[in-house]
Design a protein around this ligand. Sequence first.
Ligand code: ATP
Ligand code: MG
Length: 572
Amino acid sequence: MAVSDIEEKKNESISFVEEFVKTDLEEGKNGGRIQTRFPPEPNGYLHIGHAKAICMDFGMAEKYGGVCNLRFDDTNPTKEDTEYVDAIQEDIKWLGFKWGNVYYASDYFQNLYDFAIRLIKDGKAYIDEQTSEQIAEQKGTPTQPGVASPFRERPVEENLDLFEKMNRGEIEEGAMVLRAKIDMANPNMHFRDPIIYRVKKVPHHRTGTKWNVYPNYDFAHGQSDYFEGVTHSICTLEFVPHRPLYDFFIDELKGCGFKMNEAEKQTEDYRPRQIEFNRLNLTYAVMSKRKMLALVKEGLVDGWDDPRMPTICGMRRRGYSPESIRNFIKMIGYTKYDALNDYAMLESAVREDLNKKATRVSAVLNPVKCVITNYPEGMKEALDATDNPEDEQSKHHEVEFSRELWIERDDFMEVAPKKFFRLTVGGEVRLKNAYIIRCTGVTKNQDGDVVEIQCEYDPLTRSGMPEANRKVKGTIHWVSCHNCIEAEARLYDRLFSVENPSADERDFHELLNPDSLSVVKCYVEPYLKEFKPMDYLQFQRTGYFTLDKNSTPEKMIFNRTVGLRDSWKGGK
Ligand code: ATP
Ligand code: MG
């Protein structure tokens, strides 16, 4: 099925998430408001999985006249950095979305701290001095109740005092935590006195050394949604078991009389609603930030934006368009079941979009010389080339024909099988935008390799001439030796050689595809000097390419975005 067909199909049926949103709006919930958020933790670069969440969070707000805010979930200073904050914003904009406001979970540290104090005072939270291992051991199993901590009944005053000490930096990391006192026998394990605050003596990228205690995800996320007036808190399936706790803390917050936002003041029944969809997982890729960071740190890839990485910046550097990523996400859709998405499907979405956009140019990647023996020496001729035949308004550019050309070695065979429609001794072929040529002979080196092909051209067959309608089966591309530019082409393949590296027991280093990058010398037509990184190009008959960010006029570097057709034979 073509991408456009799938797109159409998706337009007919809306996702289950959208059904929820529509119903809420129809029922007038939240005063008919829709507000979503995209909540990345600034501890890494965004990847294509995040793009799926972005398309949903921003897409719903856009479609139903609401707002989507960007909220940095920066509650763990150990791994977070402003470098990531900036990169995340750039990627969202590039994907084509606009946020209303930029918020930070750290904006709410004071509110969350006050709320924690409130819970302690109400006897609903206590300081535990056990190690995280001991706490984990006492959690029990889904069928077996947990064991109460020996510190569970600590008096309120002592809890208050210790929590303040934790925050003043008087307690070592790991020595104490604050736990909510809920229910050690609850069938939902998340209710068994979850840890809500821990000590971290690491400067925070925004709040510096002001805080020595930081809230855990479950104590920060829902409350942040609530403070901001989020109506639909859309996230991925692993948060399904967290949802009751999400609701629980919001109830507590409402019970405390925290009325932090306009939304609450407008509608008494306001509360954010969490909805979960399946994650995007891609074949031959890993999307764990830990593993991606390791690849970057160990120099196994050329940074977060290495064109083989599943990151948004990597895909951008590789030459993917934002529309192709968005179309791919439409194709895979949103469900309640986890699945592994095929890289080949992403690539087909890229091809389909670039086919409409890419400028067609000539480049020869594996060159062999072709001399047109009956073409006058020193003569040059400007021929017309269409930039994009898919576009009726397309620009044109000139290509200069001359006596000596480079053609692809693969486009010639001395002894060819019947179905070989390219160049062969005695055979005819059309040179793209130029003439029909006939091969008259070859020159070989001592090893018997062809080093030069001799041809004769037919001056009456120039493209566009009426007489040119002579039938030849094949058309091949070429560049002129006198003015072509030598450049570097980087040909990328899957980064991993197994389909599902995340599910593989072996260390991920062992699963890397040793042939994921090959660098070749190529010859390109001089028109390419006019282009810049992220311009969409098609090297005719070869694939889609773009200029790399490190390309210079002296040394042009091209990244292969994707081949023209799926040539992947499976993980061999
Ligand atoms: P980690 O928790 O390891 O830091 P994460 O992938 O959960 O990584 P976040 O920055 O917390 O990263 O993610 C921000 C948002 O993007 C979350 O709402 C999360 O559900 C969503 N998201 C992350 N990965 C995917 C994915 N593979 N598919 C769909 N959504 C995703
Ligand atoms: Mg996360």
